[in-house]
Write a protein that binds this ligand. Structure first.
Ligand SMILES: [Fe+2]
Length: 357
């Protein structure tokens, strides 16, 4: 490829073209000259110039029209017009059309070279700026993609670490093994049934997996007591939502996750704990986890009783629907519970993002 700047010159007088060609070629430009202005399009297409010089007055196609054609092809190519008359009207029309500069016949060759040099410099600078912006745009797109991949990795690492911690807690007791993951799967299914968006479902997933994390701070003999708790022991057990929130605060999770942990034992009629808040004071996500948590607790075996069947547990939850639980949440559970399947729950618990999609 020729690295010399390419100049296209259009004039219906061959003598003028020869003079311009000679002057520009001495100054190391590559020059294409045409006397037929209807050849402009093919030169633009085959060898795009770095600048165009055109006579204004030509029969059939004048310089003003040529400027329009060049600008339409590439608005950055500078066009210099040559005028033989003191024709202000045509000159004004040329500038309105986007002409870069003009030369008045008879012009000095020095004048021609200075004008062409400036036009070519301007064109090269504009091309560099355009290239720079394009590269910058590509770089921003690439960096944004990298950042979002890194965020996804971080999110998945955090979730993995949290699941490992919660599983260790659940596994310390044969009766709670897998509880948090099942609650998570159930809560996400209810949330999806209630048409929550992906971002909210992810918050719900994290809050559900963490809901009982505060049990880490409850004494072992209370947590694993085979028979009913005394009043004092029960009071201590009721601290686990607040303990959970306190444990998780330093991690800097979304506030809505901490709200789920803090509120998952609150009940619609205000009989829950730790604050006894009611109805809308309890966030929707905590109301969902409350139902999922209760359903899983009811259907799991305990040292002192066998777990209920899903149908029995559903019946009990519906019975308390308007007192203890959010009716919209229990309705959503009612719609999905016939299709619950242990294998499905396990898959959702391990790969909830597949289910959330
Ligand atoms: Fe709990």
């Amino acid at each position: 490829m020729n690295s010399q700047p390419h100049i296209l010159v259009i004039d219906d007088e061959p003598d003028i073209l020869d003079v311009i060609r000679e002057a520009l070629e001495i100054d190391t430009y590559q020059v294409t000259t045409i006397t037929d202005p209807f050849q402009v399009e093919s030169v633009l297409r085959d060898a795009p110039p770095d600048a165009v010089i055109t006579d204004i007055h030509m029969p059939k196609r004048d310089g003003v029209e040529i400027i329009g054609i060049v600008k339409q092809f590439d608005p950055h190519i500078p066009v210099i017009v040559i005028t033989g008359h003191a024709d202000v009207t045509n000159l004004m029309a040329s500038f309105r059309q986007g002409a870069y500069d003009y030369l008045k016949k008879p012009f000095q060759l020095d004048e021609l070279l200075i004008t062409v040099n400036q036009a070519v410099d301007k064109h090269s600078l504009e091309k560099q700026v355009e290239r720079y912006y394009n590269e910058l745009e590509d770089m921003v797109v690439q960096k944004t993609q990298e950042l979002s991949k890194a965020n996804l990795r971080l999110e998945s690492n955090l979730l993995g670490a949290i699941r490992a911690m919660v599983n260790a807690l659940d596994a310390s007791d044969q009766y709670t093994r897998g509880h948090s993951e099942r609650v998570t799967a159930l809560a996400v299914m209810i949330g999806k049934q209630m048409k929550l968006d992906l971002g909210t479902l992810k918050v719900l997933r994290l809050g559900a997996i963490l809901h009982d994390i505060g049990k880490i701070g409850i004494p072992h003999d209370i947590l694993h007591k085979p028979n009913s708790l005394s009043d004092d022991e029960y009071e201590e057990m009721k601290q686990h939502p607040l303990l959970g929130e306190r444990i998780m605060i330093p991690i800097g999770l979304d506030d809505r996750v901490l709200e789920i942990v803090r509120q998952h034992h609150e009940r619609i009629d205000g009989t829950g704990y730790p604050f006894g808040i009611k109805e809308d004071q309890i966030t929707l996500l905590a109301r969902i986890v409350a139902v999922a948590d209760t359903f899983d607790a009811m259907t799991s075996d305990r040292p002192y009783r066998k777990g209920l069947s899903r149908e029995e547990a559903m019946r009990e939850i519906l019975e308390y629907r308007d007192h203890l639980f959010d009716p919209n949440v229990t309705n959503a559970l009612f719609e999905i519970y016939p299709n619950l399947d242990d294998d499905v729950l396990q898959i959702i618990a391990i790969h909830p993002e597949e289910f959330i999609k």
